[in-house]
Design a protein around this ligand. Structure first.
Ligand code: AMP
Length: 175
């Protein structure tokens, strides 16, 4: 089952020039959803993962069922002000402006092996910020996993330059 064929492209959303890769069409397909989660579970089954960390909000949809299948805990990385207990945050640059992600300081124990999950990697800025938060609280990143990579935007290369391993189920070129 080709995952890629179930992903819908919306041109010029949320702004002119962006080809938005919409995974809602993949998620609503019962086989599509199952294949995504099963493929990732198969890949990570023997990698001794301790925690799956998902990035708000589409990373939650993929990360939580994956953690369930791997038999490990799930940790959310969220936008500012959403997590109720003590947090640390990381600010990062967007194409226009800045953004910030936060994690609970007690979400990961020192030395735990972490799988970082999001739906898509574009510039890699969000994943890099998330990875640095995980490391700050003592986690070791085993790999960063995505449903979609946009290779032309260069996020994978950027993460790899920083020493992170990257895996994606499919790629969209020319974005
Ligand atoms: P980045 O930090 O540039 O790697 O952007 C990654 C985040 O932005 C992910 O959480 C994606 O959900 C979202 N995103 C960026 N570009 C796109 C796109 N072309 N289509 C859908 N989502 C995108």
């Amino acid at each position: 089952m080709p995952i890629k064929s179930l992903i819908r492209t919306i041109p010029h959303y949320p702004k002119q020039g962006i080809m938005f890769r919409d995974i809602t069409t993949l998620l609503k397909d019962p086989i599509g959803l199952r294949v995504v989660i099963d493929e990732l579970a198969k890949r990570y089954a023997d990698m001794k993962i301790d925690k799956v960390v998902g990035i708000e909000s589409r990373g939650f949809i993929i990360g939580a069922p994956l953690a369930y299948l791997l038999g490990v805990g799930f940790v959310p990385i969220r936008k500012p002000g959403k997590l109720p207990a003590e947090t640390i945050g990381h600010d990062y640059e967007l194409e226009y402006g800045r953004d910030r992600v936060e994690i609970h300081t007690d979400a990961i124990s020192s030395g735990e092996r972490v799988l970082l999950v999001d739906d898509l990697i574009a510039t890699g800025g969000t994943a890099e910020a998330a990875a640095s938060l995980i490391e700050k609280i003592g986690g070791e990143i085993v790999e960063c996993a995505f449903v979609i990579d946009l290779p032309d935007v260069g996020g994978r290369k950027c993460l790899e330059k920083h020493g992170y391993k990257v895996f994606a189920l499919c790629e969209f070129e020319g974005d």
